[in-house]
Design a protein around this ligand. Structure first.
Ligand code: 5GP
Ligand code: ZN
Length: 135
């Protein structure tokens, strides 16, 4: 399914041109317009899924294979030192485009990219509550 109001549906479909690094029947990988580092790109499924909770497992599995293949080629081709694979779900998690996508962000020594948090403490209460969800 496509969403006629979704910019990533239009880009993935080729209706809006993009700098495409890779395309197959199910995905398009494009350069991000506002890259965090050189080579920052986005894996877009051609079907519209808003987020991780909506994307079918088998599509997600194939997207992970694209991440490995394109991420490896990017890092080798750009002589990067590492790679962040990021995927945001929900406004509070930093999602701004509500069409599932995976960020591939090559990393370089001294680059300006940051993914960080202040380490907290796992409380007894939280551990108990969370483990109960999975018991
Ligand atoms: P999010 O914050 O939703 O995880 O990531 C959205 C990403 O899409 C951002 O990194 C943003 O720079 C990128 N982006 C937004 N609109 C466009 C666009 O029209 N074309 C391209 N190539 N990237 C876009
Ligand atoms: Zn879409």
């Amino acid at each position: 399914m496509k969403d006629s109001n979704c910019i990533f549906c239009k880009i993935a479909d080729g209706e809006i041109p993009s700098a495409t690094l890779y395309e197959d029947e199910e995905f398009r990988v494009i350069l991000d317009l506002n890259p965090a580092t050189k080579g920052h790109c986005l894996i877009l499924p051609k079907e519209h899924y808003a987020n991780l909770f909506e994307i079918p497992e088998e599509v997600l599995g194939r997207a992970a294979l694209v991440a490995k293949k394109i991420g490896t080629k990017l890092v080798n081709g750009l002589h990067a030192s590492g790679l962040n694979v990021l995927q945001n779900n929900g406004v509070c998690a930093g999602q701004t485009v509500f069409h599932f996508h995976i960020h591939l962000i090559p990393r370089y020594e001294g680059d300006k990219m940051s993914v960080g948090w202040k380490p907290g403490t796992l409380t007894d209460e939280d551990r108990k509550e969370i483990l109960e969800i999975f018991s």
